[in-house]
Design a protein around this ligand. Sequence first.
Ligand SMILES: [Zn+2]
Ligand SMILES: [Zn+2]
Length: 241
Amino acid sequence: MTLTFLGTRGNIDISTRRHRRHTSTLVSHRGVQVMIDCGADWLRHVDRVAPDAIVLTHAHPDHIDGLRHGSPCPVYAPRAVWRALARWPIPERHPLTLRVPSNIRGIHLKAFPLDHSVIAPAVGYRITAGGATIFYAPDVLRIRHAADALTGIRLYVGDGATIARPIVRVEGRKGAAVGHAPIVTQLEWCAEAGVRRAIFTHCGRAIVAGRPDVEERIAAVGRAERIETRIAHDGLRIVLR
Ligand SMILES: [Zn+2]
Ligand SMILES: [Zn+2]
């Protein structure tokens, strides 16, 4: 499995050369390319990526708005995401059922519900291809079935919106917590599940406009938990064998 971080910018109003476009990642295996998320920055640029399929995590604009004018390929998403895209001209729509495995031409994935938003319910994907398994959660406050999602994975790809302080508020009639878990908390989840490698995308202001040593400081937190930790940037490629 090869991961190409096409975009690594979170939902913020600044961008840099390293974090230019909204968070999207290409999963490739044996010539099949699946693009995960397609935010506003990808409108008019999806054709150049030429994916075989697009998979969506949730219906926030920085994850879906690139499909506003349609899609060049089939799109896979949980039913809650499709409700937000009901009027968009996407001809090939594949609904995904939570925690039921799907196979997109040899790339296997399973959607796990996450706490992140009430109006745009989010999932993370456990993805297996070519003998490697990863978990991908670009926007996450909490993973609901964390042990099932994370046990046995080679790599955790997580939410870089914030480093040490949670971005959290309470929303809706039931008072659900929504927002983003900090990197330090996600590293605790990884440590608990025995995950040894983590890469953070969906970078927030603390990373994008942070000090030049921000990646090293985050790596030091990871080392304390015996986790190899990196910050993704646009164009980064990771090969997992
Ligand atoms: Zn986002
Ligand atoms: Zn979001």
